[in-house]
Design a protein around this ligand. Structure first.
Ligand code: ZN
Length: 651
């Protein structure tokens, strides 16, 4: 239906059930009013009754609504790979594939029954199994709270220690003009080293060395942890420096980079460190210690033990390496006759960001339900499984039909890992895969505008698709995609499979935040996108020819660059990313918060091992595109979103 018409299930119903943040007219019932038998007279006359709204909706809109609510619910915990919530989401999708009549895709090697799961490893992840810090000092014993007072980081290893606390200032041994944090002859052997985060700062908490812009390279974890570790303490505590002019001083998150010490390394909050100092050292406060460390004159004694020999602190930090396994959920609708060996893949990612563990635009801690991204697409794929299965059954037995694979990918958000695994381990040969259709964020189509990207340089592709687009009540905003890594279709395009990719044309600010919630999903336009996909797939299933990407079309590198990222990079020697050697003021990267000295490790969900991959992706981008990037700064991975500015003439 045209989206200008009021759409009952798109807004009113779910908003009414769950409440929401839309500025809605006062006709909407509150959850309490709905729960009462006799709602207040003022709302009773104007409030749509949920049961009647549901009953008036088309059956597939109702079905979509149910799948969406379940997949975007708190039960699914934000669908982070490796979590119980993701297992529930996969279990749900598998059950829906089964009830639609799809066949399981995989024969496990142990020859047990076929199943729907394609497992793959996301590599090792270190998990904290024990972390404790206990103060045994003159002014009282105290066990600090793990998680709020301190956290074991991935900067060090497992280990324990029990000894006096050695204060080592900022832990910097090669500052300008002979500056060092370490007093000559002060041994750290077997002690608990306590170091301040960042570097000597002024009254305002800003660096004394960087000339007013952030911190100099010496503030990073790498240098200070290495300088301390080689002096053989039994553990290292990094303290969030009081008064530092940097929002990270409120966070206990550190790491994402490599292990830098062979002893446990903890992050400690400012307030916990204040307690530690007041209990264990009669002479100083934490702020006084900072003032000593801020003195940048050479020769000043900077490190010393806190308190007497019986002011000790006991620490334990233990991690275990756990393999994180993820699975794609894959169901098969078998084809028949002469076309059965050829395959159409209909896919979309089921995973999301969990509690904002990574990739969040607002940081970790809150549930990221990912209703639009991509419970909406996953719900759409479930509808397609049953609608196409039904149409296959209704077609004459002699009608040749291609096989359709339905895939809920995992680990898309961390870099298209599930779809890449599939194309490297396909069930049917990639050369027989004639089309990949990807849904990612079809839930918030505004004004009927659905973006559909197609592979360029495919002879006759759009002549085939256009008449089908034209039958949709949606406005299809067409674009050509040359291989950018934004979502799972890119993995198929990279191995030469023609793709179609649908996403809402107008980006919303709730993307990758806790605000991507189910009440904001427009059920009816989502289902229109599903109808479009159904019609395209059913047509392709029977088409007497197939499309291939034209090999003779010029290499991507001849495409003119339409955007400027506003940074210069250099490949790092160990291939771990692109070092950012310059950032153009007010350019795309600068506005996204990228700084000189950062290392670009991911761009558009692709690992950045060489510059060519970066440049190739930029060639696929249009001005205004928002690209997710991950940079490494001071040992922390930071996710930013770069809005690409247009390349200016002659630049
Ligand atoms: Zn997505």
């Amino acid at each position: 239906m045209p989206t200008t018409t009021a759409s009952p299930l798109s807004r009113t119903l779910l908003w009414a059930i769950f409440g929401g943040s839309l500025a809605f007219p006062a006709i909407v019932a509150t959850p309490r009013a709905l729960a009462q038998d006799a709602p207040a007279a003022a709302t009773a006359a104007t409030t749509p009754q949920i049961h009647s709204v549901i009953a008036a909706s088309a059956p597939d809109v109702q079905a979509f609504n149910e799948h969406l609510i379940i997949l975007a619910s708190p039960w699914m915990e934000g669908r982070l790979p490796g979590t119980k919530g993701m297992e529930r989401a996969m279990d749900y999708m598998e059950a829906q594939f089964k009830s639609a009549g799809l066949e399981p895709a995989f024969q496990p090697s142990d020859s047990s029954a076929k199943n729907f799961r394609q497992p793959f490893s996301l590599g090792g992840k270190r998990e904290v199994v024990e972390e404790s810090i206990k103060l045994n000092c003159a002014n009282g014993e105290k066990t600090l709270d793990a998680g709020t007072d301190f956290k074991l980081t991935s900067l060090g290893t497992s280990g324990s220690g029990n000894g006096v606390v050695a204060f080592v200032g900022y832990g910097i041994e090669n500052g300008p003009e002979g500056f060092t944090s370490f007093s000559e002859g002060h041994s750290l052997e077997g002690k608990i080293a306590m170091v301040l985060r960042f570097e000597p700062m002024d009254e305002k908490g800003s660096s004394r060395w960087s000339g007013g812009e952030g911190w100099s390279g010496r503030a990073g974890f790498q240098g200070k942890i290495a300088a301390i570790a080689k002096r053989n303490p039994s553990a290292i505590i990094v303290v969030n420096t009081p008064g530092a002019n940097d929002p990270r001083v409120n966070s206990l998150t550190a790491g994402g980079g490599a292990t830098m010490a062979n002893v446990p390394v903890f992050m400690m909050s400012t307030s916990a460190a204040e307690q530690l100092v007041s209990r264990c050292d009669a002479k100083h406060s934490l702020m006084e210690l900072r003032k000593i460390a801020d003195e940048i004159k050479a020769g000043q004694p900077m490190s010393f033990d806190l308190g007497g020999p019986d002011a000790t602190v006991a620490v334990v930090g233990r991690t275990e390496e756990k393999t994180v396994n993820a699975e794609n959920v894959v169901g098969v609708l078998p084809g028949r006759g002469a076309l059965a060996h050829e395959v159409i893949v209909i896919g979309g990612h089921l995973d999301h960001l969990g509690m904002g563990d990574f990739g969040s635009r607002e940081g970790p801690g809150k549930l990221h339900p990912g209703a639009d991204d991509n419970a909406s697409g996953a719900a759409g794929i479930i509808l397609l499984a049953s609608s196409l299965k039904n149409d296959y059954a209704a077609l004459p037995a002699e009608q040749p039909l291609r096989t359709v694979l339905f895939i809920g990918f995992s680990a898309e958000e961390s870099g298209l890992i599930g779809s890449r695994y599939y194309v490297e381990h396909p069930i049917y040969p990639i050369k027989d895969t004639v089309l990949m259709m990807n849904f990612d964020m079809i839930g918030r189509v505004k004004n009927g505008r659905l973006s559909v990207t197609n592979s360029p340089d495919v002879n006759g592709f759009m002549d085939w698709a256009q008449p089908i687009y034209a039958k949709s009540p949606l406005t299809i905003i067409k674009s050509e995609g040359r291989g950018g890594g934004g979502s799972d279709h890119a993995s198929f395009q990279a191995v030469g499979v023609p793709i179609l990719f649908a996403i809402c044309a107008d980006f919303h600010a709730d993307y990758h935040t806790s605000r991507d919630t189910m009440d904001l999903i427009d059920r009816e336009t989502s289902v229109e996108a599903v109808h479009l996909w159904h019609n395209l797939a059913l047509s392709m299933a029977q088409l007497d020819k197939r499309f291939t990407i034209d090999e003779k079309s010029g290499p991507m590198r001849t495409q003119p660059m339409k955007v400027r990222a506003g940074l210069r990079t250099r490949e790092s020697e160990d291939g771990s990313g692109l070092e950012i050697v310059d950032v153009t003021k007010d350019g795309s990267a600068d506005k996204a918060g990228i700084r000189k000295g950062d290392k670009l490790v991911k761009w558009n969900k692709m690992e950045m091992k060489d510059r060519q991959a970066f440049v190739d992706d930029l060639r696929t981008q249009d001005p205004g595109a928002k690209v997710q990037a991950v940079v490494l700064r001071d040992g922390n991975e930071i996710t930013v979103y770069v809005e690409l500015q247009a390349a200016k003439e002659g630049q």
